[in-house]
Design a protein around this ligand. Structure first.
Ligand code: UTP
Length: 288
């Protein structure tokens, strides 16, 4: 079963309230870090981990995501005719990098509900989930590949984790874990706990691999306030039934779903950019 891990869900139907008004008519996942939208970073990370069967759970106002991964015949023809070969290659590569399916979540009833919308598409297989507004930059293996390595070792569900400052635990799903050899086995997780109630400082950061059992638990999950179905509740139940492991992700993480994290990510990748990096460094120095 582990060798077959090729499917991955990108839930993209959220409302992006932390980034209004930018996200009023533009999907959060289409906000750009330097010159690429967030969702493309996520898809490239998934492809690097061999997860090339992709489904995006979208909602109203998210068509730009579909257009981004589609062939733009007119644009390609124009770039080709104008001899702009590098741009032509860039644009046509995006349209052909993956087969992407789209499923509509008709109402934003929570991350758990968005994942459940893709259940029939996934079927009875292990699968990944990636939240593209969490940008993770790694020098070696990408975040999904790091999860995949533990999944191949164990055949179990695996969740990406990062240690967060104590005063930020109330923004995340925080896990309770114990060591099992060199693995971290998760016992429980709490969504946005108060600082004093947090079982650890390890947060779930939007990268997951699950056995298909998760879908049964999501179907049984009771909606919470606002009718939302929480992914965290179903993971908690899963961890009581079968092993769920955590991986402290090696890499630099940016919560690009809010303006501050987004600006930091742009500064980081902008400064590294071969064309703009030096000029940006000089300009930033003159600003501060
Ligand atoms: P967030 O908690 O970041 O919510 O969702 P959001 O609506 O996108 O953004 P804020 O918090 O209001 O600013 C986590 C992930 O789950 C998806 C989002 O698109 C994001 O990738 N999601 C959330 C859905 O697909 N459907 C939902 O009903 C809720």
């Amino acid at each position: 079963m582990t060798q077959l891990l090729r499917k991955i869900i990108f839930p993209t139907a959220g409302m992006g309230t932390r980034f209004l008004p930018a996200t009023k008519a533009t999907p959060k996942e289409m906000l750009t870090i330097v010159d690429k939208p967030l969702i493309q970073y996520g898809v490239e990370e998934a492809l690097d981990a061999g997860m090339d069967e992709i489904v995006m759970v979208t909602g109203r106002g998210k068509r730009a995501i579909e257009d981004h991964f589609d062939i733009s015949a007119e644009l390609e023809a124009n770039l080709h005719a104008a001899g702009k070969d590098e741009l032509y290659q860039t644009v046509s590569r995006v349209a052909r990098m993956a087969d992407v399916a789209y499923i509509r979540q008709k109402q934003p009833l929570g991350l758990g509900h968005a994942v459940l919308c893709a259940a029939a598409w996934v079927g009875d297989e292990c699968f990944g989930i990636s939240l593209a507004d969490e940008l993770i930059l790694s020098n070696d293996d990408g975040a999904m590949q790091q999860l995949r390595a533990v999944h191949e070792q164990t055949g179990a569900s695996v969740i990406g984790l990062a240690c967060v400052p104590k005063d930020e635990v109330n923004r995340y799903g925080i896990v309770k874990a114990s060591h099992e050899g060199d693995l971290l086995r998760l016992q429980a997780m709490v969504e946005k706990p108060a600082v004093d109630d947090a079982p650890s400082d390890m947060a779930m950061i939007g990268r997951y691999i699950f056995t298909p059992r998760l879908f049964d638990l999501l179907r049984e999950a009771k909606p919470s306030v606002g009718g939302e179905i929480q992914l965290t509740d179903a993971i908690c139940k899963l961890a009581q039934e079968e092993p769920v492991y955590g991986v402290l992700i090696e890499g630099e993480r940016f919560d690009a779903g809010n303006p501050y994290g987004f600006l930091l990510a742009n500064a980081k990748l902008g400064l590294q950019h071969p064309d703009y990096g030096d000029a940006l460094r000089t300009a930033l120095k003159s600003l501060v």
